[in-house]
Design a protein around this ligand. Structure first.
Ligand SMILES: *Cc1c(COP(=O)(O)O)cnc(C)c1O
Length: 345
């Protein structure tokens, strides 16, 4: 039985052309700045995001912590969403490693923070208060239905931040999903960001790696912070080569994942005992709430796994499914049949 794995887009394995590029990669010591493949990936990433420079790091988590450490000193405050990946899933690294004070604001269901909430959270100059340094936005927003934040929202938040001397970091782990869904260049979504991170190892299918993009000065300092975290990699061109293929060959196909996620959401909304906000599904992530009495997210996930369909429990009565490039439209239909059987038996 072929397993249909909808737990995450991080399970994607490298494509044949990535494996070939990795085998053929021209490499050097990247800590000496001598890996031409890494340098080329960094230039490409900077260009895609409309920034002067970029830095290759092993993971999205490192991209985010390096960015936070570069923007903020100890005791500085960072405004971010209470549903954000940085706040929930990164071990509180900002506080643990950087002494950065997180100021979580409620995320709206569409992943935004209310502009007036941000405004109200910015601290005045007063000896009692920490200094507000950084605003963090997440695009697409993982826990908020994978929703893409729109260009005009990013601009409004960016304008407010600049008026108050704040920096803006965008956790753009899935920024290309946002760009494809909104049909805008990724750089338009990055225009108001002082720094933006994105992942190669999710829907883009590369085995490892993320990038941080920003000004030349920012990236120079970020490079120091990457090194102290142990993220200085040597012949990293081996993995960067796959990242170059990811950027050149794997971006436009994200539209297929979005179509599959929609197909899944529409099908799920027809199954008794499940509730799905179908209108919210515009990228590759689908959340379903279990309304059936006695059924839990874990129990449904276990039952599905027994039938070769994998989904991720993200709450007592909640599951997440993510479309990715090893899953075709027919697989979605087969998964829907399996779920329907379980929910109606
Ligand atoms: C996956 C993800 C990250 C972290 O990436 P890792 O490579 O798993 O460390 C950060 N932010 C968001 C929104 C993510 O989805």
């Amino acid at each position: 039985m072929q397993v249909i794995d909808l737990r995450s887009d991080t399970i994607t394995r490298p494509t044949p052309s990535m494996r070939k590029a990795m085998a053929d990669a021209d490499v050097g010591d990247d800590v000496f700045g001598e890996d031409r493949t890494v340098n080329r990936l960094e230039e490409m990433a900077a260009e895609r995001m409309g920034k002067a420079a970029a830095l290759f790091v092993p993971s999205g988590t490192m991209a985010n912590i390096v960015s936070q450490l570069t923007h903020c000193g100890r005791g500085d405050e960072m405004i971010l969403g209470d549903q954000s990946h940085i706040f929930i899933y990164e071990q509180g690294g900002s506080a643990a490693l950087g002494g950065i004070h997180p100021r979580p604001l409620p995320n709206h269901p569409d992943g935004t923070l209310a502009i007036q909430d941000i405004q109200a959270a910015i601290r005045p100059d007063n000896v009692h208060f920490p200094r507000t340094r950084l605003l963090v936005l997440e695009n697409t927003h993982n826990r908020c239905a994978g929703t893409p934040l729109q260009v005009d929202y990013m601009a409004r938040a960016g304008t407010l931040a600049r008026q108050h001397g704040l920096k803006v970091h965008v956790d753009g782990a899935r920024i290309f999903n946002a760009a494809v869904a909104l049909n805008v260049p990724a750089r338009d979504l990055a225009a108001d960001a002082d720094s933006i991170s994105f992942c190669l190892s999710k829907g883009l299918g590369a085995p490892v790696g993320s990038l941080v993009c920003g000004t030349r000065d920012f990236i120079e300092e970020a490079r120091r912070n990457r090194k102290v975290l142990g993220g200085g990699m040597r012949q990293a061109g081996i993995i960067a080569a796959a990242g170059i293929v990811a950027l050149t060959e794997m971006v436009t196909r994200l539209a297929d994942d979005h179509a599959n996620a929609r197909r899944l959401a529409m099908g799920l909304s027809d199954i008794p005992g499940l509730s799905v906000d179908t209108a919210a599904v515009v990228t590759n992530i689908v959340y379903m709430d279990i309304t059936q009495k006695g059924m839990t997210g874990q129990a449904l996930s276990d039952a599905l796994a027994g039938e070769g369909v994998r989904m991720l429990p993200t709450g007592p009565k909640r599951l997440r499914a993510v479309a990715q490039h090893h899953v075709a439209g027919e697989d979605i239909d087969r998964a829907l049949g399996v779920i329907r059987n379980i929910m109606t038996r």
